[in-house]
Write a new protein. Sequence first.
Length: 350
Amino acid sequence: MRTRSGAVPGILGAVLSLLLVGCASMPSVYDMPLPGGADLGDDPYRVTAHFDDVLDLVPHAGVRVDDVPVGRVERIELAGDGTSAEVAMSVNGDVRLPENAVAELRQSSLLGEKFVELARPTLRRAEGTLVDGAVIPNERTGRNTEVEEVLGATSMLLNGGGLGQLQRITTELNAAFEGRSPQLRQLLGELEEFVAGLDDQRDEIVRAIDATDELAETLSGRTAQVERILTELEPGIDVLAEQSDEITAMFRSLDSLSEVAVDTVDRAKDDLVASLRALEPVLRQLDEEGHRLPQAMEVLLTFPFSDAALDAVRGDYINGFLRLDARTADDPPLPLPGVDVAGAGEGGRG
């Protein structure tokens, strides 16, 4: 049986064309549905998370909440900043998460597939509700440690002399703690008491930190005034620096003076105590007669006259007063203040 040689290339070309057309029309592997995926429900919502590193996460990977499948990864693209990955996910509409939820890349087993774990925040209070179109930024995303990283760190520890250093540290610690068990227990007890005290005063510590932050903000807002003050202080500081020798000599002289004063007080201590004891009766009498001192001062200022004499003073002279008593001899005498001038006469006194 013979065939024409020109028919073979035509048949091969047709087969290749059909294969190319078929390959072009076939969907991508990532577009093919996978069995056993999460049920998205009738009304799923979409969430986008930004990761610094997505490792080998692929589209159609699972999305879980508390290890329960609730969605899948739709696509993975380079974010607009060019330094992080943008992971778009579809989540079952019945799943409710706070607005500040966190996302973490995890692994189902030691060598299992990667998936995205959505969870409530642990370091802050949950707020709001995660809705369609929400974005989880880089500061709320993370990933678990890879097996390769653990093996690499172990290799560095074993090959880099880490065990030898650990042995040396252990030996030194044993030598330091040997025979010092009571002191070590006391130290641990004091540390426990110290930490407990810090825990009891954490509110005050936080308040002090907040006050320090407010002070820093205040100083930051008054940078110009602080700079001006420092500039104006510079001449005074220069003067103090120039007179540092004199200031040092002054303090040394003060130190010598204090030594002399202490020595003097020590030597005169007995005499000083005796003088104070001798003054005790005088001071006691002054305390007992203290209420009479103001009265004595009134008389002292006008001695030998009474206070009434002050009314007679008129500049550089003193007026004289004369009081006459024109009564009969049978009348009783009247007490008269001031100076009395008495005159004897028939039938009366003057």
